[in-house]
Design a protein around this ligand. Structure first.
Ligand code: TXA
Ligand code: MG
Length: 338
């Protein structure tokens, strides 16, 4: 694949960064690593390039993009007014896996924000992403570099799997360090609301600004959707295998999982177990990779033990629930997406 180049994750080679910046300036697409997942980047103020992102991902036009910025000044230039806690939170958490939803400046194209009056902004710390932003000196729109509905890519190989010849250049810096996407925090509400739990834990935000509600708390969202038919928006981060969740008291959960394993064996089904119980960082880091691995091994079922909802565990729970498409029953139960 000659559109994939290896780049040093700590000290990215300047000539490779310049090559990527040139592709972006020409209106092309560059997949690049961030600390969370790989992004599919295009210059945020270039309409044709933005259009290419939606085509490549097969992303519906109602789903707005995150705009990546190189510094706080660039972020301010894209917003209309500065919400109260922005400075404090940006000072504390940027660069990092935290995305702010703020009122957009007039010159931010509606195509980027799915015609919402708000824009999502994030300053990543990954050295490759930071270098690329510095080289272009311009905001870069970058959703996760997967096809719509597939697990986010944590390795360049995943980008190839999903987007191969739809992207002009892939910067391969190895696996991304965090493995789950950024926390999306809506600063247009007071207090700010978490729209998507992610790399910055809720507890850390609450230490900084007090109580931070979880908006579409996925568990509540699914409860409202009902067991019969999970809503479309929940069918995100989905592997091809059916996902069954095991939640609750660890001892009971393990017993239920073992029972289910025996059942599947009797039925002649193949299964894949996700259970990095106790190490949430590792669970987060390997989650999407394991979902894809399960698919490539053509597992019929993924059996996943839900981590507690603390720290990165909240993001892992959210992604598992979305992958399953409905909730785990108390103690342990299975669910699926069809
Ligand atoms: O970690 C990340 O956030 C990665 C890396 C590449 O930075 N990006 C990422 O982008 O996950 P994407 O497009 O896959 O997810 C962006 C999320 C979507 O759930 C989208 O609906 C939400 O952010 N979002 C974007 N703009 C928004 C807005 N104006 N209001 C509310 N939600 C918004
Ligand atoms: Mg995504």
């Amino acid at each position: 694949m000659n559109n994939l180049v290896h780049i040093d994750s700590q000290s990215p080679q300047p000539e490779l960064i310049e090559r990527a910046a040139t592709v972006l300036r020409g209106g092309g697409l560059v997949a690049f690593p961030t600390e969370t997942v790989y992004g599919l980047g295009a210059l945020a103020l270039n309409l044709k390039a933005i259009h290419k992102i939606f085509l490549a991902k097969e992303r519906p036009d109602w789903d707005p993009l995150i705009v990546h910025v190189g510094d706080v000044a660039m972020a301010r230039s894209l917003m209309n007014g500065v919400p109260p806690s922005f400075e404090l939170l940006a000072h504390q958490f940027w660069p990092g896996p935290l995305t702010f939803v703020v009122d957009k400046a007039d010159h931010v194209p509606g195509e980027v924000t799915a015609h919402r009056p708000t824009v999502a902004l994030r300053m990543p710390w990954h050295p490759v992403a930071a270098a690329l932003l510095k080289a272009t000196g311009a905001p870069i729109a970058a959703p996760s570099a997967n096809r719509f509905g597939r697990p986010s890519p944590t390795r360049a190989e995943h980008v190839l799997e999903d987007l191969a010849n739809r992207v002009d250049l892939i910067l391969d810096a190895g696996p991304t360090p965090m493995g789950v996407e950024s926390t999306v925090l809506d600063l247009t509400q007071s207090p700010p609301v978490i729209l998507r739990p992610g790399g910055v834990p809720r507890e850390d935000l609450e230490k900084a600004i007090g109580e931070v509600p979880l908006a579409s708390a996925v568990e509540g969202e699914i409860a409202r959707a009902g067991l019969a038919g999970p809503g479309m928006s929940l069918k995100h981060y989905a592997p091809r295998a059916r996902v069954e969740l095991f939640d609750g008291d660890p001892n009971k959960t393990v017993i239920a999982l073992k029972r289910r394993v025996e059942e599947l064996k009797r039925e002649g089904k193949t299964f894949y177990i996700l259970a990095n119980y106790g190490d949430q960082r590792l669970y987060a880091q390997t989650l999407f990779d394991q979902m894809r691995d399960a698919d490539s091994r053509q597992a019929d079922v993924i059996l996943a033990i839900m981590p507690p909802g603390r720290g990165l565990g909240l993001a892992v729970r959210d992604r598992l629930l979305r992958a399953a498409g409905s909730p785990a029953a108390p103690a342990a139960q299975k669910t699926n997406h069809e």
